[in-house]
Design a protein around this ligand. Structure first.
Ligand code: B12
Ligand code: SF4
Length: 583
């Protein structure tokens, strides 16, 4: 049988992503000889494209893995398919599990998988193949002659090692890995012991009750086998173990660390939860090659965190774990959210403050999105806070009607937090005795571009740093006392967007104004679109000794190239700082 996967990954940062659920079901189907293909969309497709693909592959069933954000795209594509074909349309995934009654109501959808999909999908496809009726396949709700048929829930897969390791054939893995900065993702477990009110896992725990063990872990050997299989097939440099909480079972984590480091040297990252984390567990992770952990901070206000989010860790506990991570030199990526019910200006402020204390390497912010089937969704519903708006990601707008916090305010705080996170990062990587990127607020700025001068994370040839983003024409000026023996260092770069389109490069200019007037001390034309040698970080160093012990105005100026075309000139002043040379 032929199964066509249609997977939407729209509004999720423009990086290609792998999906473990699809991988696991796909490996199960392939093991039984079924033919599969993936249509992967980062932009909404057109009807003509969908029709063309369906005609070419001629599937027997079309499978939609859906989360809440992507359900709107799946619905649309389902409608288009049914305009022309009578192929079985099936939805599954977290949104289908948490809200099956609403999902199955969609007129052009034939079936919804209400549980883990490996065995039910196999049975469905085998039934199709043998020509048996499909309507009594367990694990699904069906629409049969306009009536909804609700079949039994299939117990959770008891032994995860039974699920074949996916070779990820339907994915364009080479591009996905490169897009993910040479990282592959693996999951060693299912389930989470916590019950955070906003998280789909807490809803899933309810739905799965009575159907088997919610928390399951693959054997260490099986996970290591997957690393081996993937490293035989693909070229990658790092691994992300995306288990919801990597250190759930300390003896499992310890055994994993010991065995992993004997066989592999890929640096890796994991999610951890503050309460489960001990110094010893972190030390073992570090020793095995863990270079980064992700931690949910989510709220800075302890009361809000406990009452609304059902997260019971204290700020002190969070600070303690961050200290350990600093000591062990493990980087941290923390997750934060704003826009909860009962959120106030003060609780948002608390989140900023806590992050300033924690100094994560990356601080991610999103706007709370109520997922059907979760405890917090029900609270929002009860309080009348839900709007009918759907959003394609949680980086857009609040979908709640919060009486005290207008959407515009939340959005403004969202952007402020993003800038704050870059400031924290710039401070962490502070260079020299005066770092201009960190001290951007001290500058007088002028810009004729609609994009203001601001901090931005630039990645060029895999090396990322926070820059002062300065679309031409722009000028940022600092008034400073220059210490004796000072030099200025910077890395100039134009973002990879500017390599393909837009204007013909830009001038990076440094000007110093002293009592005798203005002096242009540096000018460099950078044109990555036409000059491949400019597709890199360009290091510069200037001797400022002649201004030692003087107060000067130092300006970083960007101007368009000779054509005067201002489009797409993403100019970045990276790691721009003053330092004292050896005497
Ligand atoms: C790894 C992960 C990612 C990865 C991989 C994406 C993915 N969709 O799997 C990345 C980093 C890319 C990611 C991105 C996002 N994620 Co995410 N992610 C997870 C995480 C931690 C694990 C998912 C996982 O692999 N689980 C294990 C697999 C085996 O389970 P599964 O995917 O549910 O699949 C099983 C069943 O659902 C079913 N099934 C799944 N699909 C189908 C399809 C058919 C046809 C059938 C029959 C069955 C079926 O069978 C599968 C096997 O048993 C979960 C939390 C969690 N524990 O689930 C959040 C989670 C899925 N993410 C979430 C969100 C919000 C996002 C983003 C929207 C965030 C954003 N950037 O805007 C994007 C969306 C990306 C996308 N297009 O799906 C939410 C989704 C909530 C919701 N109700 O929609 C979750 C649940 C976390 C949360 N906040 O509660 N995520
Ligand atoms: S700890 Fe993480 S995965 Fe577990 S319920 Fe909370 S948010 Fe979800």
């Amino acid at each position: 049988m032929r199964v066509l996967w249609v997977y939407f990954d729209i509004g999720t940062g423009n990086y290609l992503h792998y999906h473990h659920g699809v991988g696991a079901i796909d490996a199960t189907l392939r093991e039984h000889g079924h033919d599969t293909k993936l249509l992967y969309f980062q932009k909404a497709p057109t009807r003509a494209l969908i029709w063309g693909e369906v005609e070419i592959f001629s599937p027997d069933a079309i499978f939609f893995p859906i989360n809440t954000h992507q359900w709107m795209y799946a619905r649309q594509v389902c409608d288009w398919i049914k305009e022309r074909f009578s192929i079985l349309t099936v939805a599954g995934g977290i949104h289908a599990i948490l809200d099956p009654e609403n999902v199955i109501k969609h007129p052009t959808l034939d079936a919804v998988c209400i549980c883990e999909g490996e065995y039910p999908s196999l049975e469905l496809v085998e039934n199709l193949k043998s020509g048996k009726p499909i309507w009594d396949t367990d694990g699904f709700y069906f629409k049969k002659n306009g009536e909804i048929v609700r079949n039994k829930f299939v117990p959770l897969v008891e032994n995860l090692d039974e699920i074949p390791i996916s070779r990820r054939e339907i994915w364009d893995m080479a591009s996905t890995i490169e897009d993910q900065d040479w990282e592959v993702q693996i999951m060693g477990s299912r389930g989470c012991p916590y019950k955070c009110h906003y998280c789909a896992n807490s809803g899933r725990m309810q739905v799965y009750r009575g159907h088997g063990q919610f928390i399951r872990q693959r054997s260490v050997e099986h996970v290591l086998k997957e690393v081996e299989v993937l490293s035989d097939l693909y070229h990658f440099g790092r691994i992300f173990f995306e288990d919801d909480v990597f250190i759930m079972d300390k003896s499992w984590a310890s055994e994993f660390c010991k065995k992993y480091k004997q066989r592999f040297s890929f640096p890796f990252k994991v999610y951890i939860r503050v309460e489960d984390t001990t110094y010893e567990a972190l030390r073992e992770l570090k020793d095995a090659g863990c270079y980064m952990v992700s931690i949910g901070v989510e709220a800075g206000n302890e009361r809000l965190r406990k009452r609304i989010l059902n997260r019971h860790m204290s700020n002190d506990e969070i600070v303690r774990v961050f200290k350990w991570l600093d000591e062990l030199q493990i980087k941290v990526w923390d997750f934060n959210m704003i826009g909860f019910p009962e959120e106030t200006e003060k609780t948002i402020d608390d989140l900023f403050k806590l992050n300033r204390t924690l100094r994560p390497h990356i601080a991610q912010i999103s706007i709370y999105y109520p997922y059907p089937g979760t405890a917090l969704y029900k609270i929002c519903e009860k309080k009348g806070l839900l709007s009918k708006r759907e959003q394609t990601s949680y980086f857009e707008h609040s979908t709640l009607k919060l009486p005290d916090l207008p959407d515009d305010y939340i959005k403004q705080k969202f952007f402020e937090f993003r800038d704050e996170s870059l400031k924290i990062r710039a401070a962490r990587y502070r260079k020299g005795h005066y770092d201009f990127v960190e001290r951007l607020e001290d500058a007088a700025v002028k810009s004729s571009s609609p994009e203001p001068i601001k901090r931005q994370l630039f990645q060029i040839n895999g090396l990322s740093t926070v820059v002062i983003l300065a679309h031409p024409r722009s000028e940022a000026t600092w008034q400073l006392a220059i210490k004796p023996n000072t030099a200025l260092r910077a890395f100039l770069g134009m973002y990879e967007y500017s390599w393909q389109w837009g204007g013909e490069g830009a001038y990076f200019i440094i000007q110093i104004e002293d009592e005798s007037g203005k002096h242009e001390v540096f000018r460099r034309y950078v044109d990555p679109k036409n000059r491949p040698e400019d597709r890199r970080w360009i290091p510069i160093e200037l001797d400022l000794t002649r201004w030692g012990n003087k107060i000067v105005k130092i300006s970083f100026i960007t101007e368009p190239g000779p054509s005067g075309d201002l489009t797409g000139l993403w100019c970045g002043w990276g790691a721009t700082h003053l330092f004292q040379k050896e005497a």
